[in-house]
Write a protein that binds this ligand. Structure first.
Ligand SMILES: Cc1ncc(COP(=O)(O)O)c(C=O)c1O
Length: 363
């Protein structure tokens, strides 16, 4: 058994990914899909996920280095840089690699207009702030910015006009209606253009017209953006199964303490399992007592402090777990949404934080 023991790994279920794409395609009703793969494809591995999504129309990332990593890996599909270029020096790099920046402020407009000797022209996306107040031009700047971009010799096509909803994960929130109406009124002032508004939550809730491009991130990975739901409620399947081996099982007497600080004290005689995963792997250090961990089909509570390489689990008085068994920290049988709820965070953070030392096994 010992030779089968491994520290933390994540089994990445590519069949589940393909299933989720089908569900998304149906919801998208024939619109094009910009798959959001930033932050290492939400922890699932940028390159392999991009390669697995070979039928997807385009890929969205947040950083130039993520886009270049994909180009270097031979990915030829359109890549959209969601925050655009951070500095004018990046513009020729984007043009040379056919990476499409989102233009979201006047500084980027100016830098783009001033760059010369661009060997290749750029396709750009134009972001308008309809109420999130994070990125995007003001609604009254959009018409002239759109025209300026059209007139620039550096730009080769009509910009795709996009915005982002602040409250799509709360479908009843009045902010959604306001943003959707404002986006529609801005589009009325522009020549017919390609457009994009919805993320996973807006798509799953069918909150707004899909426009020409839908932009799912979380749903691709089989996870629900809604606080009270899991992916299964939308017929989605979890892609990441985060696992680790039980590397020690020990008997603890009532009154004995476990782990750093000794703050968890057994109230009765019990067995404790030591799982080979910790905050060094991205498992949240602040996970409280009772955070669920699945072993052999049963949920056990985490006890004691999360350490860098280990967590401790209360296996109870009657032992049905042995050294070398596998624990699931989240995945198909223990939704990451439930773990996020126990930890007081969102599933996005848990997935993105999975550390590079966690081996990704593609299945
Ligand atoms: C502009 C934009 N569109 C789409 C998404 C995808 O969001 P989600 O993962 O909620 O589908 C993101 C992610 O943050 C984003 O920044």
């Amino acid at each position: 058994m010992a030779d089968l023991m491994r520290p933390a790994w994540a089994a990445i279920d590519l069949a589940a990914l393909q299933h989720n794409v089908k569900v998304i395609r149906k919801l998208a009703g024939g619109k094009r899909i910009l798959a959001i793969l930033k932050a290492n494809a939400y922890g699932h591995g940028l390159q392999r996920i991009a390669q697995a999504l070979s039928e997807i129309d385009a890929i969205g990332v947040a950083r130039v280095d993520e886009a270049l990593q994909l180009r270097n890996a031979g990915v030829t599909r359109p890549i959209v840089l969601l925050e655009g270029f951070f500095d004018a020096s990046q513009i020729p790099v984007l043009a040379a690699s056919n990476i499409q920046p989102v233009i979201h402020n006047l500084r980027q407009m100016k830098e783009l207009s001033q760059v010369d000797q661009l060997g290749d022209t750029l396709k750009v996306w134009l972001k308008v702030d309809t109420g999130m107040h994070r990125l995007g031009l003001e609604p009254d700047q959009v018409v002239s910015a759109y025209q300026q971009l059209l007139d620039l010799p550096q730009v080769n096509d009509h910009p795709v006009v996009i915005s982002h909803l602040a409250c799509a994960d709360e479908p009843e929130h009045p902010q959604n209606e306001r943003q959707i109406a404002l986006f529609a009124s801005i589009l009325e002032q522009l020549p017919p253009s390609s457009t994009s508004l919805v993320n996973s939550a807006a798509l799953l809730a069918q909150l707004a017209p899909q426009y020409d491009w839908v932009r799912p991130g979380l749903a691709l990975y089989g996870v629900s953006p809604f606080a009270t739901k899991t992916g299964a409620d939308h017929d989605l399947k979890a892609v990441m199964n985060l696992r680790a081996s039980i590397i020690s099982v020990r008997q603890i007497k009532a009154g004995e303490a476990v782990g750093y600080g000794g703050y968890w004290i057994a109230s009765e005689d019990t067995y404790i399992g030591i799982v080979a995963i910790g905050y060094g792997d991205g498992y949240p250090r602040h996970a409280p007592e009772g955070t669920p961990i699945l072993i052999n089909g049963n949920i056990y509570p985490l006890v004691g402090r999360v350490a860098m390489d280990m967590v401790t689990v209360n296996l109870g008085r009657r032992l049905s777990v042995k050294l070398g068994d596998t624990a699931e920290l989240w995945g198909a049988k223990l939704p990451v949404e439930r773990v996020a709820e126990a930890v007081g965070t969102i599933p996005y953070e848990l997935l993105c934080n999975v550390a590079r030392r966690v081996q990704l096994d593609y299945q």
